[in-house]
Design a protein around this ligand. Sequence first.
Ligand code: ATR
Length: 282
Amino acid sequence: MKITGITKITGVFGYPVKHSLSPVFHNAAFRYLNLDYVYIPIEVAPENIGNAVKGIKAMNFAGVNITVPYKTTVMPYLDEIDADAKMLCAVNTLVNKEGKIKGYNTDGHGFIRSIKERGITLKDKTIFLLGAGGAACAVADALVKENVGKICICNRTDQKAITLKEHLLKTRNFQGGCVVPFAQKNNEEYWGNVDILINTTSIGMQEYDLPLVEERFIKPLKLVYDIVYNRETDIIKFAQKAGVPFIDGLSMLVYQGAVAFEFWTGITAPVEEMKKAVGLDR
Ligand code: ATR
């Protein structure tokens, strides 16, 4: 990779960013397609996030990803925000178009793309969704747009599950939301018709985490999706053992990146190469 004065700059703003995998697969994609772009992780302290956005214009970056903890707090500094991102109150990608910075959220789109690529359809499916935070909201919104039939939301703080269900009703007129009380998540009555289990909580990131869902509910499923990406979680192991298709958080990370890559370059992302770069060859 030869960097010159005309190399287009992209990257990620976060705090911290030292463990980010995004530079690995974005730079691999640029190299593979021989594009004169580079992707740099940039640690931005909280008091500097506004100035960092101004810097995108000043230094003519093509765009950046936005990660924790700035997905919401960066929004007031943008010139424009895509309607979906506005609704989710979170952006993860900024695009510099002729000196105007527009914010997008590629999490939902990337999530859906990773499922469709596995040949799994979502229409009318029943989803069991663990979690009701920012990631759950992006995932649920994307699922509703794909016309899933039912989303059963289960969260440690039950009230947040109720709020997410109401949000889907209000913003998308989605009537298929239901809440599974956290204490009852392993009751059979909630599992009868479930097609897809999605974990959006942080449970599974630590080796000592106990799985939220019992193994006996996994076998009949059509897909298990766990957005944890730093290790193989128990629910992914259960799926593997039961021969149920599964997708982990590394795939979601690569696919949301692929959508951002396409915003910046206007070129179809080489997803297989990006996956290979992070050791995902399946
Ligand atoms: P993100 O934007 O990644 O979704 P978040 O908004 O902080 O991050 O949400 C984290 C999710 O993990 C929440 O659903 C949280 O449950 P609460 O709403 O009750 O906080 C869930 N979570 C975190 N730690 C958990 C734990 N020990 N057991 C169960 N759920 C947990």
